[in-house]
Design a protein around this ligand. Structure first.
Ligand code: FMN
Length: 198
């Protein structure tokens, strides 16, 4: 017999899938002036060849217009040393001309494949070309093909695998930030050494 498990109905689901990273999305205007925004809605979608990520932005953000017009952005995954900057960048719009790279003391580094720069201090940088934009409820989903991925060299291990333990990444859920916890095991741990996807 199954033990009784009591469940509560959540009347108005809000960001129900947890946790997600809080990343920094960089876009640039037609003159090349970059703008950063914070986004909790960053998803892996197409995993490889092509590698496609999704970001969900509200139309009200300045970044939405820039990315819609230019078709490019970079997604940058921060370490926890950047937490206060990530939070602060998410509370200020670049619409009034402010330079959030300068205001928050971050270093724009040239991208290799797109015009918007990457955020140098973030250990993972993804340069993306927009493939499509779809309105999904209160956000627009931008699918971006990752044309170039760079990772801090000291955080890359064998076979170009990211050393997640060294990223010191953090997560965002329910208006709160959390550390990434300890490693629990490897993919396939329930199936012995047979790691093929079925
Ligand atoms: C942790 C965090 C996560 C956020 N996630 C998103 C998001 O996924 N999509 C979005 O449209 N706004 C998100 N925001 C709000 C934007 O970052 C904010 O509106 C910002 O001022 C937009 O900047 P911009 O107008 O210069 O583009 C988030 C803010 C924070 C602090």
């Amino acid at each position: 017999m199954t033990a009784a498990i009591e469940k509560t109905v959540i009347h108005e689901p809000f960001r129900p899938v947890f946790p997600t990273p809080a990343g920094l999305i960089v876009s640039a205007d037609e003159d090349g002036k970059p703008n950063i925004m914070t986004a909790g809605e960053i998803f892996n979608i197409g995993l490889k060849n092509p590698c496609i990520i999704g970001i969900a932005l509200r139309k009200a953000t300045y970044s939405h217009g820039l990315i819609s017009r230019t078709g490019e952005f970079t997604a940058n995954l921060p370490s926890r040393a950047l937490l206060e900057k990530v939070d602060g960048i998410g509370m200020k719009s670049g619409r009034d001309g402010r330079d959030k790279f300068a205001d928050f003391g971050l270093c724009p580094l040239p991208s290799l494949a797109v015009k918007p720069p990457i955020v140098g201090e973030c250990p993972v940088n993804l340069e993306c070309k927009v493939l499509s934009v779809t309105t999904v409820g209160d956000h627009d989903l931008f699918l971006g093909e990752v044309l170039c991925m760079r990772v801090d060299a000291d955080k890359v291990g064998k076979n170009q695998r990211m050393l997640i333990d060294k990223m010191e990444g953090f997560l965002y859920a329910e208006w709160e930030y959390y550390e990434v916890g300890r490693k629990l095991g490897n993919f396939g741990l329930s199936a012995g050494k047979d790691l093929r996807l079925r």
